[in-house]
Design a protein around this ligand. Structure first.
Ligand SMILES: [Zn+2]
Ligand SMILES: [Zn+2]
Length: 676
């Protein structure tokens, strides 16, 4: 692709003196529109930020390559050219690539590449304070183990070569992956390049940032949903001026206009939160690799439990594999024991078996800490009428409302609808018949307090830890041993390091395995392995007790044997048989709308118009697993191709035949991760 520079056009008039005529330029607006718009302007190279009239309002935009066919005489002039603000060429390429791949308009990608363009508008009041990346104090460089050193050297060589390379940095929790990629960041800083670290959950950042600051003596630029707008503007400006050496952020930070990106780290690369499901649907892990390739950078995917996709790419040599064998400081992975709930009976309305309760007591008596894990927020996942079995459902979704006792409300975890417990059942008219069914973390908290009233308990879920400040305070309380028992959801599965935590109890190991998701087993293994890794560090050996009704399930076996290889082989075989990722490719089509019959009709129509081809097959249409969501009925279709066939051209050809009725929405999800 050649990006041309648009220049003033000089026309010789009859008396041979040059008259400057403004050039016609295409402008890409940060809007979900297919086309660019033509304007006239004086000198403005491709990539330059401009402000243009658009309908009755003004919009920021970027001078795009080429120019449209719009008659130049009718073109309006741009309002303003921000001469010093020009997106790097690599960002323009990235916009095009992501737009093509995800089948969304380039304008929507531009919105992610250049959010808050008003930051560059000097006429607007600015209260920007200066970012400071100069180290304060002495950075602490730790001694690396042999494994760490070898891995760090490998990455260093890649950085020095200046070519694109992806690494899989694999090692159990506590094996010291962070120190290895910190070493890589140090190399990038020395060469005056830029580094980006993607982290999956914002809950992670407080403890992670402390480590970063101790290591480098300065704070990196932050970019996530909780970062203040003013701070983001400041980062964006400094970034365009090439003044930001390191950004740490959530998936959206990947799109920022880095001009000299040398290193991209994707921590916990297998994590589901890298997948954005709304607006532009993309997987930040995959896009990170593309971004690194476009600028000839090094990409490091770090994980204790790599995704099957990444594992396969490493095995076929597409990625370089780096292994950290042991836990750093000589600590060992905890022993995992299964508690067979078919044999160990638990009392009615309780969920902790006798062996788990005994182990909890013993651990507390030793002055150590316990964590109970249940990936269910609230008090009970269902509220059921004892008279007729009717459940309380969300009015907008085909899902039961979750009972949150501590906030005294019923809550839909998908649309946020809130309600109170009804006085009488709408079906059988009986009064006061509703009762909670099944446990959530709040109910486990109650159970623990009843049988260990002396223990200091902390409840850790997104309902009780609403921002990074409360997360930070809670984590500090645990580190300072002001808490004996932590009861939490997956918010606690990641990143935190508690030296005294030696027992992890998994209340319901089977919960994650249910569902129609093709990755259910893989996700369950990753989550349970990560939770298990919370137990034991340094001097104290940890223990994990996992309650299950399926002790013979391959996921449970792999956890007990600490053997991912066998599980990987089994899971791989299953995917290979069905042509599912990583051995095949998928694209999901989700049709939604207010009218149930129209949604179904259109889904069936689409399926009928699917062109016969050897290259792909179509699964569905079927009602989505959540057939009603936020008041929208939903149907799904799934396109499956072999690994060598890209689904986008097929989709384009197929969908070009049909126009989507204005009252329906068609979403395309390339490489779907969730199948709700
Ligand atoms: Zn009833
Ligand atoms: Zn709902």
């Amino acid at each position: 692709m050649i990006l041309y520079k648009c220049k003033n056009v000089s026309i010789m008039s009859s008396n041979q003196s040059a008259v400057k005529v403004p050039a016609q330029v295409s402008v890409l607006l940060p809007l979900p529109l297919k086309e660019t718009f033509d304007y006239t302007c004086d000198f403005a190279p491709v990539g330059t930020l401009v402000k243009v009239p658009f309908g009755a309002r003004k919009s920021y935009g970027i001078v795009w390559k080429g120019k449209g066919t719009y008659p130049s005489k009718k073109c309006k002039p741009v309002f303003e050219v921000f001469e010093n603000v020009c997106l790097p060429e690599v960002s323009l390429k990235f916009i095009e690539w992501v737009s093509e791949y995800t089948m969304t308009s380039p304008g929507q990608i531009l919105k992610m590449v250049l959010p808050l363009p008003e930051a560059f508008d000097m006429k607007r009041k600015s209260t920007l304070k200066l970012l400071n990346f100069t180290p304060i104090g002495t950075p602490q460089k730790p001694q690396l183990s042999m494994d760490q050193w070898a891995a760090a050297e490998d990455i260093k060589r890649s950085l020095e070569s200046g070519g694109f390379q992806t690494f899989l940095l694999e090692g159990v929790t506590g094996s010291g992956k962070t120190e290895v990629y910190f070493d890589a960041i140090e190399n990038v800083l020395a060469s005056k390049g830029q580094a980006l670290v993607l982290l999956p959950e914002i809950a992670l950042t407080a403890q992670w940032l402390q480590r970063f600051e101790a290591r480098f003596g300065f704070r990196p630029a932050l970019w996530h949903s909780e970062t203040k707008k003013s701070e983001k503007k400041q980062t964006l400006k400094a970034l365009m001026e090439g003044q930001v050496p390191v950004v740490v952020g959530a998936r959206s930070s990947l799109f920022l206009p880095f001009s000299d990106l040398k290193l991209v780290i994707v921590d916990e690369e297998h994590d589901g939160s890298y997948k954005q499901e709304e607006g532009v649907i993309y997987n930040a892990r995959d896009m990170a690799i593309v971004r690194a390739r476009l600028s000839g950078a090094t990409c490091v995917l770090a994980s204790a439990t790599p995704s099957l996709e990444t594992e396969l790419n490493a095995r076929v040599g597409k990625y370089r594999e780096l292994h950290l064998m042991d836990r750093y400081g000589g600590a060992h992975m905890p022993d995992v024991h299964l508690i067979d709930l078919r044999k160990e009976k638990v009392a009615k309305q309780t969920w902790l078996s006798e062996p788990l309760r005994e182990a909890m007591k013993t651990t507390l008596n030793r002055g150590e800490q316990v964590m109970l894990f249940l990936n269910r927020r609230g008090y009970a996942p269902l509220v059921v009428c004892q008279g007729c079995g009717e459940r309380v459902m969300c009015p907008h979704c085909s899902l039961p409302l979750v009972y949150h006792k501590f906030h005294a409300q019923l809550l839909c975890h998908h649309c946020g609808a809130k309600g109170r417990l009804p006085d009488s059942c709408p079906k059988c008219q009986e009064r006061d018949t509703y009762s909670p069914y099944g446990p959530g973390v709040e109910r486990i908290y109650e159970e623990v307090q009843a049988f260990l009233p002396e223990a200091r308990c902390a409840l850790l879920s997104s309902d009780h830890m609403t921002n990074s400040k409360t997360v930070f305070e809670q984590i500090k309380a645990i580190q300072d041993h002001e808490v004996d028992i932590l009861i939490g959801t997956q918010i606690m599965a990641k990143g935190h390091h508690f030296p005294l935590l030696t027992l992890v109890g998994i209340v319901d190991g089977d919960a994650t395995l249910s569902g129609s998701d093709l990755r259910a087993s893989e996700k369950a293994f990753q989550l349970l392995h990560q939770v298990s890794g919370r137990s034991g560090r340094e001097k104290h050996k940890g223990q994990v007790l996992l309650q299950t009704h399926m002790p013979e399930h391959p996921v449970m076996k792999a956890l007990v044997d600490q053997d991912r290889g066998e599980f990987f082989a089994l899971e791989s075989d299953q995917r290979l048989i069905h042509g599912f990722p990583p051995y095949g490719r998928l694209a999901a089509l989700i049709i939604s709308g207010m009218r149930k019959d129209e949604v179904e009709k259109f889904a069936r129509h689409l399926a009928r118009t699917f062109p016969l081809t050897q290259k792909a097959d179509l699964l569905g249409p079927t009602p989505a697993p959540i057939p009603l969501l936020r008041g929208q009925y939903r149907w799904r279709l799934l396109l499956r191709t072999s690994k060598e066939v890209a689904p986008q051209p097929l989709l384009k050809k197929w969908l070009a035949q049909t126009s989507v009725p204005h009252f329906l929405k068609l979403q395309i999800d390339i490489d779907p991760y969730n199948f709700y």
